[in-house]
Design a protein around this ligand. Structure first.
Ligand code: FE
Ligand code: FE
Ligand code: MG
Length: 163
């Protein structure tokens, strides 16, 4: 990163890089959990739910992309192995061993809630001290809030009795 660009970062860069890498690990695992969940999904509203899971998978991958760009700008490196991704993740990996669409929704809602908590913490860490990262994290947080809402709305639709 440029000299001036580094100067305006008012937080400990190593600490920030650790937080960003942990979130990056979450994004990869979320990506895979959604992606593979969409493949194995079975049961009620399968078509529409699988499509939504696929969409979310693509968005989680975009989040990973944004995080890696910022880490590189800050002079860091993304995690390089699947082992380190598993180890560093905040939210972990919840394998979709039950392919039932309702179970998938519940599982991924939990993941989104963990993501929201993670980004709220990072946001508090950089707030007013690193405007570039702050903006980036806010953008990702907006998506995660939307993801949770999308999945909860689908779960609600699924549970609405047919009249
Ligand atoms: Fe994400
Ligand atoms: Fe998400
Ligand atoms: Mg959505």
């Amino acid at each position: 990163m440029g000299t001036k660009g580094r100067e305006i970062v008012g937080v400990n860069v190593d600490e920030l890089l650790t937080l960003l890498n942990k979130a990056y690990a979450d994004e990869w695992l979320a990506y895979y959990q959604y992606w593979v969940g969409a493949k194995v999904a079975k049961g009620r509203m399968r078509g529409i739910i699988a499509k939504e899971l696929e969409e979310h998978a693509a968005e989680e991958l975009e989040h990973a992309e944004k995080l890696v760009e910022r880490m590189i700008q800050l002079g860091g490196s993304p995690l390089l192995t699947p082992e380190s991704i598993m180890k560093e993740s905040n939210c972990g990996y919840d394998a979709p061993t039950n392919p039932n669409t309702k179970a998938l929704l519940i599982q991924n809602i939990k993941g989104e809630q963990c993501a929201i908590e993670t980004y709220v913490k990072i946001l508090a860490f950089v707030k007013g001290k690193d405007p570039i990262t702050e903006k980036l994290i806010l953008e990702i947080l907006e998506d995660e809030v939307e993801h949770e809402e999308d999945l909860q709305a689908m779960l609600e639709d699924m549970e609405t009795p047919v009249k």
